[in-house]
Design a protein around this ligand. Structure first.
Ligand code: GAR
Length: 194
C-alpha cells in the first residue's frame, strides 16, 4: 500500500512535529511527512522541518482579510501537495466547519489533557488548580466543536505534589511524543476510523 501523504500544521516550536518526522523516517511506517505548514512565519518548527528536508509553507493568517480567505489559502496548499491526512501539532488557530468538513476523518489533533477534561488553553495550570491526580494527552479526530472529536489515543501521567505547570507540561510532552506517532500510524493503516 502506498504511504499516506501527511501535512503537519504548526504554530510554534514543533516538538510533536519532530516526533512524527522521526517516526516516519522508518520506511515501514505507513505515512510520510511531505509538508509542514505554519500560520506563523516565526514558528521555530519551520527550521526543524527544513533541515529534515521537508517542504515548508507559511500561510500567515494576518495577511488575510478574514478566516475564510485564510482557510481557502491553506486548503490550496494542502491540495497542491496532494495531502491525504492533516496532523495539527500545536496549531493554535481555530478552524471553521468549512475547512474541517473537507478533512472529515482525515484531520487529527493532539491536545495536552485527558479529554474530555480540560479543553482549551492552559491545561496544565488548570489540572493542578483542580487538584487532578492524573493528567495527560489525547489524540483525536478534529470536528467543528473545539477539542471534542472521537478519541484515537490517550496516555496519562501522574500529577505530583510539587508540580508547576512547567514540570507537568514536560511530563505530558514526553507522552505526547509517544502517542502521536502511534495514532497517525493507526489512521494511515485504516485501523482507526469513526
Ligand atoms: C503541545 O503540548 C500540544 O499538545 C499543544 O501545544 C503544544 C505544542 O508543542 N497543543 C494545544 O494546546 C492545542 N490546543 P509543540 O509545538 O512542541 O508540539
Amino acid at each position: 500500500m502506498p504511504r499516506k501523504r501527511v501535512a503537519i500544521l504548526i504554530s510554534g516550536r514543533g516538538s510533536n512535529m519532530a516526533a512524527l518526522i522521526e517516526a516516519a523516517k522508518d520506511p515501514a511506517y505507513p505515512a510520510e511527512i511531505v509538508l509542514v505548514a505554519s500560520n506563523r512565519p516565526d514558528a521555530g518548527g519551520l527550521a526543524t522541518a527544513s533541515s529534515a528536508g521537508i517542504t515548508t509553507a507559511v500561510v500567515d493568517h494576518k495577511q488575510f482579510k478574514d478566516r475564510e480567505a485564510f482557510e481557502r489559502a491553506l486548503q490550496d496548499v494542502l491540495e497542491t501537495n496532494r495531502i491525504d491526512i492533516v496532523c495539527l501539532a500545536g496549531f493554535m488557530r481555530l478552524l471553521t466547519p468549512w475547512l474541517i468538513s473537507r478533512w472529515d476523518q482525515r484531520m487529527i489533533n493532539i491536545h495536552p489533557a485527558l479529554l474530555p477534561a480540560f479543553k482549551g488553553l492552559d491545561t496544565h495550570e488548570r489540572a493542578i488548580a483542580a487538584g487532578a491526580r492524573e493528567h495527560g494527552a489525547t489524540v483525536h479526530f478534529v470536528v467543528p466543536e473545539m477539542d471534542s472529536g472521537p478519541i484515537i489515543a490517550q496516555a496519562s501521567v501522574p500529577v505530583l505534589p510539587n508540580d508547576t505547570p512547567d514540570t507537568l507540561a514536560k511530563r505530558v510532552l514526553a507522552v505526547e511524543h509517544w502517542i502521536y506517532p502511534q495514532a497517525l500510524k493507526a489512521i494511515a493503516e485504516g485501523r482507526a476510523t469513526v
